[in-house]
Design a protein around this ligand. Structure first.
Ligand code: CP
Length: 304
């Protein structure tokens, strides 16, 4: 039995197979419409979500399976003090696979260690968000035609943004990637990540102003400032609108630069940018469903 806790749990070759499967699902959805008949997915979400939970549920329904779960810790027995270890033992009696989001870093890992069914980390605190990373990689591979040989700017809250941490971890395995970390000093990427880049001899720069570097980017990964992880509201209010990508800034960008965003968006991308063909963040959401379908099939060992 296999779980997914970290994007690095899959080798580059395994990810290639997963993305090939996701692209086949995109082209031939009918072929997979009954693949998970008789199987159930549990979504155990102790933290709010729109995309991740619903895209897992949409993925399982599109595979002909069924879904159950909770979307709020307050409506589960966690509110009575039940541990994730006990909860997953119970969920193992009800479902064949579980996607879990939790505000505590490592909680899905604890669940996986006690689980009788595959567990997927659907986001743990500020740590990792592996299925968002799979979504991001599939989007880049499908729309750019390659993973590697590009300059990527990651912009916004690089301190608390778990999608950023997961994506950097995953991208370092591909060739010739140059990172530009664009953030205010208070929200710079954690030292453990820059230490890892130094160790691997991977090039990066830290920049404060998006305007100073946007023209060099092949990919721009925007993120929101993570209000829920701030210790005080004053700091959040001061930093929340530090970056606003608008049409004027997009005029400085390459014609084929893609804008990605894990969403939800707050103010960091002006809605006037949404019609720009380079804005692919809503396409990215659709790729998230295909890749989660491929992941469910892979973890359940179902071949179509
Ligand atoms: N991208 C993402 O994780 O969105 P949700 O928080 O809505 O699931």
């Amino acid at each position: 039995m296999r779980h997914l806790m970290n994007p690095l749990d899959f080798s580059v070759e395994e990810l290639d197979s997963l993305f090939d499967l996701a692209n086949d699902i995109e082209k031939n959805p009918a072929k997979y419409a009954h693949a998970c008949e008789g199987k159930k997915l549990a979504t155990c979400f102790y933290e709010p979500s729109t995309r991740t939970r619903l895209s897992f549920e949409s993925a399982m329904l599109s595979l002909g399976g069924q879904i159950l779960g909770f979307s709020d810790a307050a409506s589960s027995s966690a509110s009575k003090g039940e541990s994730v270890s006990d909860t997953i033992r119970v969920i193992s009696c009800f479902a064949d696979i579980c996607a879990m989001r939790h505000p505590k870093e490592g909680a899905p890992m604890v669940a996986a260690s006690k689980s009788m069914i595959p567990v997927i980390n659907a986001g743990d605190g500020g740590h990792q968000h592996p299925t968002q990373t799979l979504t991001d990689l599939l989007t880049i591979r499908s729309l750019k035609g390659r993973l590697g040989h590009f300059t990527i700017g990651l912009c916004g809250d690089l301190k608390f943004g778990r999608t950023v941490h997961s994506l950097i971890n995953a991208l370092v395995r591909y060739p010739d990637i140059h990172f530009l970390f664009i953030s205010p000093p208070e929200l710079r990427v954690p030292d453990y990540i820059t230490d890892m880049l130094h160790e691997k001899n991977i090039s990066y720069e830290e920049v404060i102003r998006l305007e100073d570097c946007i023209s060099r980017l092949d990919l721009l990964y925007m993120t929101r400032v993570q209000r829920e992880r701030f210790f005080n509201e004053e700091d959040y209010v001061r930093l929340k609108d530090f970056y606003i990508l608008n049409k004027a800034k997009m005029e400085l960008a390459k014609d084929d630069m893609l804008i990605l965003h894990p969403l939800p968006r707050v103010n960091e991308i002006s809605v006037e940018v949404d019609d720009d063909p380079r804005a692919v963040y809503f396409k990215q959401v659709q790729y998230g469903v295909y890749v989660r379908m491929a992941l469910i099939l892979t973890l359940l060992n179902i071949n179509v």
